[in-house]
Write a protein that binds this ligand. Structure first.
Ligand code: S3P
Length: 426
């Protein structure tokens, strides 16, 4: 499907943002191995979390989905999964594939995890390596899915230093630890999102500039009611759109504000954006609050090093902010972007060049000189939801019409994205 957008002459109002996909995956996965019933309120309709639900159903977990987006999961306990009849289809979702692999290596049955064309090219050696060191029986094809898992004699303890800052790899190893006969330590030198630690209440300590996270088979798995907050990474597109083209304020209620996810707020504030954060509820495991943005004059900044994991999913839209900022916006140390749903450095640079932006590509990022007026054209989503949405916002701020090819990629994380853009322009 193609979708065209034209220069926006109005952008204001209230936007409802889908629930957080990282939290949704984890809420469903953890509820499935608890001993008790969980109610997940505001579960997202987006494809990625739905892939997690369908894999769990195939593993024999009773799941009921209601029309008000409530999902009820009857936990089967740590040893209650059934052998799936068919390969588990993780769709486009790296989080489903990596976290579920960690939960399946300690089972008494074999299974296979498969994904779509994009997921089948993403690196899985990064999970197979530590899992194999723990005794797992896991094979890949050339470092990629399909992932084949056979029962292991045992899953052993490990003290693992993450070679890449990745919450998916971290979570995979920690989750395998729930079936291990010893203690798991995962060390990260650059913090990545900490939803798994928070939601499972894992012990965490700090030493020598490292964060150490522990798991083992005796940890209780919580169950109960989880109300999912709005996805900060989806809100990011609307925050940037409002900063560069808002005609009045845009309000985004109940957005997740976990500090390991909100680096974009610091980035936008450093660029000069006016964003108000109100009604923060910090007593929750996952804090949330209301965000209000308005049009602002943005300045280029430089983003590197430890800041990158916190904004990893927001970099495509930061590039668009950079295109409309005064001066140069530089992103470095972000080589990891080449291993997302597509090579996001390549996609950002090619697409923004097509619209006339002055952007230079580096192996680990880019530098964009803002201020050149962009002109609508045809660009590709590269079948990547975040590229589709970033280019839609660039299109709304460009002269003329911009057509995004394979625009339905947005349904991976934000199924109502196009309707939300339309409603803010009315
Ligand atoms: C995610 C972690 C990040 C992020 C992805 C979701 C998660 O990936 O890009 O969209 O839910 O754990 P990495 O941890 O592999 O960088």
């Amino acid at each position: 499907m193609m979708h065209s957008v034209s220069k926006a002459h109005r952008f204001a109002g209230n936007a409802s943002i889908p629930a957080d996909k990282s939290i949704a995956h984890r809420a469903a996965l953890f509820a499935s191995i608890a001993n008790g019933i969980s109610t997940l309120v505001n579960f997202p309709q987006s494809q990625d979390p739905q892939s997690t639900l369908s894999c769990l159903k195939q593993l024999g977990v009773p799941i009921r989905v209601f029309s008000d987006h409530t999902v009820i999961i009857e936990g089967v306990g740590r040893n209650g999964f059934c052998k799936p009849e068919n390969p588990l289809d993780c769709g486009n979702s790296g989080t489903t594939m990596r976290l579920l692999s960690g939960m399946l290596v300690g089972q008494t049955f074999g299974c296979e995890l498969v994904g779509d064309a994009s997921l089948s090219t993403r690196p899985m050696g990064r999970i197979a390596e530590p899992l194999t060191a723990m005794g797992a029986n896991i094979t890949l094809v050339d470092g990629h899915a399909p992932i084949r898992i056979q029962p292991a004699e045992r899953i052993s303890s490990i003290d693992y230093s993450l070679p890449v800052a990745s919450a998916q790899v971290k979570s995979c190893v920690l989750l395998a630890g729930l079936w291990a006969n010893g203690r798991i330590v995962v060390r990260e030198s650059i913090a990545s999102r900490d939803h798994t630690e928070r939601m499972l209440d894992l012990p965490v300590s700090r030493s020598d500039h490292q964060i150490l996270i522990y798991s083992d088979a005796s940890l209780p798995i919580p169950h109960g009611t989880v109300v999912l907050p709005g996805d900060f990474s989806a809100a990011a597109f609307i925050l940037v759109a409002t900063s560069i083209l808002g005609t009045a304020q845009v309000h985004l209620p109940k957005i997740g504000l976990n500090p390991s996810r909100t680096g974009l707020l610091d980035v936008l504030q450093r660029m000069g954006a006016k964003i108000k954060i109100e009604n923060v509820s910090s007593s929750e495991i996952e804090p949330f609050g209301d965000l209000t943005a308005e049009r602002s004059r943005l300045n280029g900044i430089s983003i590197t090093g430890d800041q990158i994991p916190n904004i990893i999913d927001e970099i495509p839209i930061i590039a668009v902010a950079g295109a409309f900022a005064k001066g140069i916006t530089t992103v470095r140390d972000a080589e990891e972007l080449r291993h997302k749903e597509c090579d996001r450095i390549d996609a950002i640079v090619n697409n923004l060049k097509i619209l006339g932006a002055e952007i230079e590509e580096f192996e680990d990022g880019f530098a964009i000189t803002g201020g050149t007026p962009l002109k609508g054209n045809t660009v590709s989503s590269y079948h990547d939801h975040r590229i589709a949405m970033a280019m839609a916002i660039a299109g709304l701020a460009s002269e003329g019409t911009t057509t995004i090819q394979d625009a339905d990629a947005t349904s991976v994380s934000f199924p109502q994205f196009w309707e939300t853009l339309d409603s803010l322009q009315k």
